[in-house]
Design a protein around this ligand. Structure first.
Ligand SMILES: C[S@@+](CC[C@H](N)C(=O)[O-])C[C@H]1O[C@@H](n2cnc3c(N)ncnc32)[C@H](O)[C@@H]1O
Length: 456
C-alpha cells in the first residue's frame, strides 16, 4: 500500500461524533471517493443525516485519491490523449484508491452521461449495505476505470457541475431518506413527490390566515377521507400541469382519469396540438423510379388522418390534389360523412371528417393556415428516408408559440421541390431500422403522438 495515510481515517476536520467507523454496522455505509473531502463537512454534519448517523442508520467514510499519489506534487490528473481542453483524473491514483476500500458494494460514478437519478434508483441504493460514490473533477476520469471496476454511472441532471461532490450529496440525500427509520414517521417518504409516480400535493401550516390569505377549507374540516381525496386531486393536477410526461408511467385509477378529463375540460386547458396542422400532398410526389408524379387519394388515409387530427385536437388537416376529379371525389366523400347519410349513421365520423380541408396545392394550404392561425406557419417535411434531422421535441417546443405545418407525402414521398420549401425534415419514425416504410396514416399517428402525446 503506497497511501500516505489511511484513506478510511477521517481527515482532521472530520469529527468522530458524526462519522462512524464501520464497527456499528449501519444499514447503509457510503464511501465517498473525492479530491475534496472537506466539501462534505457541512452537508453530512447537520439535520436528518447527522441524526441518522448518531442512530446508526447510515455511516460515511472518505477516500482521497490524492493520498495515493507518489510524486511530491501529489498529482492526480494529466492532459487528455487526443488533445482538447482540461485535465483528466488518472488511473494511477484512482485504482489504488478504490482498491483500498474493503467492501465497495455498488460502485457509483457520478457523471453527466450517467443514468438519471430517480426515486426508483434511490430506492435501489437504499436497499444496499455498501455504496461507493466516485466524484469526478476536471474533465472527468480515464474511461478505462470502467473496464477495471464494474461501475454504475449516475447523473443528477442534464447540466454540468464542477465536480461530482454535489451530485454525490444528491444521491446520499435521496437514498438515505428511504432507509427504514430515517424519517422518523414512515409515511412521510411514502407520500412525497414521485413515490406514487406523481408530484406531491401542496402543504399549508399555521397561521391559518396570513396577510389575508387563508388555507383550503377542506384541510381544516377534519374529514380525513375528503382531505385524502383533495390531496390526490391536487397531485394529479400538479403533475398534469408541470410534468405531464410522468402520467405515462404513474399508477392512475379509472377514477383519476375521469377526474383529470373533467377538470381539464372545466379549466379549458390550452392544447399544444391546436398549433399543429397537417398537409397530405398528392402532388408533387415521387414514384418508385424517383420521378415526380401525381397520385390518387386513398380513402383510408383521409379517414384515419382526420380521426387522428380530431383525437389530438389539431389545428387542421389539409388534403391537396391538383386533379379536379380527385377534388370532386374528396368533396363527395366528405359530403357523405359530414352532411349526408353517413352523418346520421355515424356522427363521430362526421366530426372527424369535418377536419378535412381541401386545397389544390401547398400554396393554397399555406394561405389557409395563415388565415386560421393568424400568422404564417413554420413548415416541416416528413420522410421515411434518413434525410431528417428535426426531432419531435423540437416541433413540440415550437408549438408553444408558433403554428407548425407538417407536410405528409404519398406514393414514394415528397418531391425535392416540396422538401426545399420546409425549414427542416422530421427524423423518420424507426430511423434505426431499415424496414421502416409505414403507411402515411400510421406514420402520421406515431409522429403526432410523439409530438403532443396524451396530455399536450
Ligand atoms: C466539469 S465535470 C466534467 C464534465 C464532462 N467533461 C462532460 O462534459 O460530461 C467534472 C465532474 O463533475 C461531475 N458531474 C458534473 N455534472 C454532473 C451531473 N450532471 N451529474 C453527475 N455528476 C456530474 C462528474 O463527476 C464529472 O466527472
Amino acid at each position: 500500500m503506497r497511501a500516505r495515510r489511511s484513506s478510511l481515517r477521517p481527515p482532521a476536520f472530520w469529527t468522530s461524533t458524526w462519522v462512524n467507523d464501520l464497527t456499528a454496522r449501519p444499514i447503509v455505509h457510503f464511501t465517498i471517493v473525492t479530491l475534496f473531502p472537506e466539501f462534505f463537512t457541512g452537508p453530512l454534519g447537520c439535520g436528518l443525516l447527522a441524526r441518522a448517523q448518531e442512530r446508526g442508520l447510515v455511516s460515511f467514510s472518505l477516500v482521497n485519491p490524492r493520498d495515493f499519489a507518489l510524486d511530491k506534487h501529489r498529482t492526480v490528473d494529466d492532459r487528455p490523449y487526443g488533445g482538447g481542453p482540461g485535465m483528466v483524473m488518472g488511473l494511477d491514483t484512482l485504482v489504488p484508491a478504490l482498491e483500498s476500500i474493503k467492501d465497495r458494494g455498488e460502485t457509483v460514478l457520478l457523471a453527466p452521461s450517467g443514468q438519471p437519478l430517480s426515486h426508483g434508483l434511490a430506492q435501489e441504493l437504499a436497499r444496499m449495505d455498501r455504496v461507493t460514490l466516485i466524484c469526478g473533477r476536471y474533465e472527468g476520469l480515464d474511461a478505462r476505470l470502467g473496464e477495471i471496476f464494474p461501475l454504475r454511472s449516475v447523473s443528477v441532471g442534464d447540466f454540468v457541475l464542477n465536480g461530482g461532490e454535489a451530485a454525490a450529496m444528491c444521491v446520499i440525500e435521496a437514498a438515505s431518506r428511504l432507509i427504514p427509520g430515517f424519517m422518523g414517521h414512515e409515511e412521510s417518504a411514502g407520500e412525497e413527490s414521485f413515490s406514487t409516480g406523481l408530484l406531491e400535493y401542496p402543504h399549508y401550516t399555521r397561521p391559518e390566515k396570513f396577510q389575508g390569505r387563508g388555507v383550503p377549507d377542506v384541510l381544516t374540516s377534519g374529514d380525513h377521507a375528503k382531505i385524502a381525496d383533495w390531496r390526490r386531486k391536487q397531485a394529479l393536477w400538479a403533475t398534469l400541469q408541470r410534468r405531464p410526461e410522468l402520467l405515462a408511467s404513474a399508477r392512475l385509477t379509472t377514477q383519476d382519469m375521469a377526474w383529470l378529463t373533467k377538470e381539464s375540460e372545466r379549466q379549458g386547458r390550452t392544447r399544444l396540438g391546436r398549433n399543429l396542422y397537417l398537409a397530405l400532398l398528392h402532388h408533387p410526389v415521387l414514384n418508385k423510379q424517383g420521378q415526380v408524379t401525381t397520385v390518387s387519394l386513398t380513402n383510408l388515409d383521409l379517414h384515419d388522418i382526420a380521426r387522428c387530427s380530431l383525437a389530438y385536437d389539431l389545428g387542421g388537416f389539409f388534403v391537396a390534389t391538383p386533379l379536379q376529379d380527385q377534388q370532386r371525389l374528396i368533396s363527395t366523400l366528405c359530403g357523405h360523412w359530414v352532411e349526408g347519410r353517413g352523418r346520421q349513421a355515424n356522427p363521430d365520423r362526421a366530426n372527424a371528417l369535418s377536419m378535412i380541408r381541401l386545397a389544390k396545392d401547398l400554396e393554397e394550404i399555406l394561405a389557409q393556415v395563415e388565415e386560421l392561425a393568424g400568422k404564417a406557419p413554420r413548415i416541416f417535411a416528413t420522410s421515411a428516408r434518413n434525410v431528417g434531422e428535426t426531432g419531435t421535441g423540437d416541433i413540440r417546443a415550437l408549438l408553444e408559440t408558433e403554428p407548425v405545418l407538417l407536410l405528409l407525402g404519398t406514393a414514394s414521398g415528397l418531391a425535392p421541390e416540396v422538401m426545399d420549401r420546409a425549414e427542416g425534415c422530421l427524423r423518420p419514425v424507426r430511423f434505426l431500422d431499415k424496414d421502416n416504410h409505414l403507411s402515411v396514416r400510421t406514420a402520421t399517428a406515431v409522429m403526432v403522438d410523439r409530438i403532443v402525446s396524451d396530455t399536450l
